[in-house]
Structure formats: C-alpha cells, structure tokens
Design a protein around this ligand. Structure first.
Ligand code: F6P
Length: 320
C-alpha cells in the first residue's frame, strides 16, 4: 500500500483528534501518503479530500471535536452512494481507508470493503455502544463531563431538598447513564435496556428516602428512556417534593479529552495503520480484556453486548 485515507463520521467524540494524529504520524512513519477526508462520508462523496502532513496534526491532541469535521450522511446508506464513494476512493488511489466513528459509520465501511476498498474501523462514540469493544473513544471524557455537571445539580438539589432528574446522552444505550449513576451516587438510574421503568416504584422509593433522612433524590435518566420533564411532573404531583428536570445535551460531546481518551485513541489510531501495513483487510480495532484487538468488520457488526448486570445491581445496592 502507498496511500491511506482517514475520516471521522457520525457524532464527534473527544479523542478523535488524538486518533487522527496517530493515524497520520504512524502512516508517515511508514512512508505512506495520507489523505484526510473532511466531513465524513459526505466529504468523501464531495471529494473534500486533503493531503496531510505531520504538522497538520500538531497541537491537536488536547482539542475536543474533530479537526476533520464530521457528518451523518444519508447518501452513504444507499447502494448508489456506496458505489460512488468506492469509485472516489479508487480515483484518489486510497489503498486503505480508516473510519473513526460508531456502528452506523462501520456499516458504511463494510459496504466499501464489499466493493473492494480495504477499510479499518476505529470505535469513536461517547455512547460506548459498539459490541466488539469495551472502550470507545470519547466515552471517558463524556462520563467525566456529565459527572461534573451532575455534581453541580446535586449541590443545588440538596440545598433545596429537591428531586432532580438529569438526562444524559447515549442514544439507545444506557452506558453513560449507568456510569454517571455510580460516579454521582444517584438514587435511581433509568436505562433503556430495562425496557420499562415503574414510576410508582420510584415514587414509593422517594417517600422511603425522605424517611431515611436523605435531602435529595437524584435520578439519572438515559436519553433512550427520555421523557424527563414528564417524569419530573409525575413525581412532583405524587410526592409533593419539588422536582426539576435537567437535560445535559451536547455539552457532553465537547471538551478536551481525558488522558485515557488521548492514550487509547493514540494506540488505536496507530494500530489501525499497523493493520494496513501488515496487509490485513476489513478490520475493526477494539479493546478487550486489557488488550488492543481487531476483528473482521462483519464479525464485529454481528456481535452483541448489553449492560453489565453486576455493575447495575451494585449501583442499586449503593443507593441506600
Ligand atoms: O452518538 C452520539 C450521540 O451524542 C448520541 O448520544 C445522541 O443520541 C446523538 O449522538 C445526538 O446526535 P446529534 O448530534 O446528531 O443530535
């Protein structure tokens, strides 16, 4: 191989820049040419492609977001779009394409690999919802950002002896909610994986909690459950306890990446290039049982994972 391409796709995540930097510098170290594709698959389809040097990634490891920009691209979900994207990769002589993003982005990568473009996926999403890996770029920063915000909500909640329901991101997955629930010592965590929450039980628990002398009641609600404002209203009406809903939103996706996100992203970025140099094709990089690993892209997309029940049970036990 002589030339590689790199793009970020889907929702941005802190640490993506560290991954891009590692891709660029590892590739240049192996005497490969690097083409940066701006704005994800949309940029690929618009041929928004730039040559990258080691200096283009200077001073980026500490920056949130993605210097290559990103997008969610509907056209890449169509066969026509995929064929056009593959033809553009060939036109720019891209022998290996590194895609940093989530499951949706990997589906685009799989389509390209089926059309003869060698692709390597790097898991980048704050949601942690990629089955083949225990770590995704951005999750650690997002948890820490949300945790700090929830600590602040907790201060005012305690002062006013209120119930607070704080909604965190995660799309259909509850990992961010579960981690914040434990890290913030929440009284209750609502996860989409639970399928159903029982508001009557929460109300009963709030009453019990007050008898136990607790000054607040913090509920971490996952975006996949949603309805935070309505849940707050129901709780306030039933318990008489003032209840406020806070939806943290996109602040969870921003900010300077934590050390963990910078280091893991750097290693994953370098590994993706190493795989291409070794002649491997169509892989997804992951982190499992303390090691950096890689899987066939098809195999990776067919894997499943769920909320760790033990962790969830402990979160409940500690809410006493
Ligand atoms: O996948 C990351 C994520 O932040 C999800 O947690 C959330 O559901 C979604 O992206 C929001 O997407 P957008 O920024 O396009 O509104």
């Amino acid at each position: 191989i002589r030339t590689i391409g790199v793009l970020t796709s889907g929702g941005d995540a802190p640490g993506m820049n560290a991954a891009i930097r590692a891709v660029v510098r590892t590739a240049l170290g192996n005497e490969l040419k690097v083409r940066g594709i701006r704005r994800g698959y949309s940029g690929l389809l618009n041929e928004d492609i730039i040559d990258m040097t080691a200096r283009d990634v200077s001073d980026t490891i500490q920056r949130g977001g993605t210097i290559l920009q990103t997008a969610r691209c509907q056209e890449m979900c169509t066969e026509e779009g995929q064929q056009r994207a593959a033809a553009i990769c060939k036109k720019y002589e891209i022998d290996g394409l590194i895609v940093i993003g989530g499951d949706g982005s990997f589906k685009g990568a799989r389509a390209l690999s089926n059309l003869g473009v060698n692709t390597i996926g790097i898991p980048g999403t704050i949601d942690l919802d990629i089955a083949c890996t225990e770590y995704t770029i951005g999750f650690d920063t997002a948890v820490n950002t949300a945790m700090e915000a929830i600590d602040k909500v907790r201060d005012t909640s305690t002062s006013h002896e209120r119930c607070s329901i704080v909604e965190v991101m995660g799309r259909d997955a509850g990992y961010l909610a579960l981690w914040c629930g434990i890290a913030n010592g929440a009284e209750r965590i609502l996860l989409p994986e639970e399928h159903d929450y029982n508001v009557d039980k929460i109300i009963e628990d709030i009453r019990l909690n007050r008898k136990r002398g607790k000054k607040h009641y913090i509920i971490i609600n996952a975006e996949g459950v949603g309805n935070s404002v309505q849940i707050a209203k129901t709780i306030e009406e039933a318990t008489g306890m003032e209840t406020r809903a806070t939806i943290l939103g996109h602040m969870q996706r921003g900010g300077s990446p934590t050390a963990k996100d910078r280091v893991y992203a750097s290693i994953m970025g370098a590994k993706a290039v190493d795989l291409l140099v070794e002649g491997k094709t169509n892989r997804v990089v992951g982190y499992k049982h303390g090691e950096y690993v890689d899987f066939d892209i098809d195999e990776a997309l067919n894997m499943e994972k769920g909320i760790p029940q033990y962790q969830y049970d402990i979160a409940k036990e500690l809410a006493l």
